[in-house]
Design a protein around this ligand. Sequence first.
Ligand code: AMP
Length: 173
Amino acid sequence: MPSLDRAKLLIRDVPDFPQPGILFKDITPMLGDSQAFRDVLDSLEERLRGRAIDRIIAIESRGFIFGAPLADRLRIGLSPVRKLGKLPYQTDRIEYALEYGTGVLEAHVDAVRPGERVAIVDDLLATGGTAWAASQLVRKQQGIVAAYLFVVELRFLKGRDRLGGDVDALIDY
Ligand code: AMP
């Protein structure tokens, strides 16, 4: 297992972004460092390698950064889950609670085949609302959520309890 010390040092705290009171975990310095980024991808790959996973479901937009190379390494397909209005073909959609108000996520109607086992991937787990919404889209298409995988988890927000099942993150705060 690669050490994630370097990656952890390169995740920057940005206070009051995108709104007052939020401490934003900015992963861009980590992405800009080839060693740290590779360490993170190696660790994500290790968590899923050898498991029965048919597809990566990557959540817009930072989930794409990790989900796409991970799908390539595991030689499986990737389906994006996006915010309302971005996907061109017919979609399934779900409304979910955000910190203030609600959001809508969409997946193409053929994102998941019935019976497929998927891993839902995003950069960060906070309250779990976003990943939960993605899981509902997978279930609507009769897929099985075999794993949730995040780079960062904000443990004190207890998103893990909301998701249940197999939840894993590389770096917790
Ligand atoms: P949640 O639905 O509360 O689990 O929030 C997770 C989503 O919001 C992920 O797509 C994250 O990228 C983003 N997010 C929430 N809180 C933060 C934070 N403190 N720093 C960076 N991204 C965050």
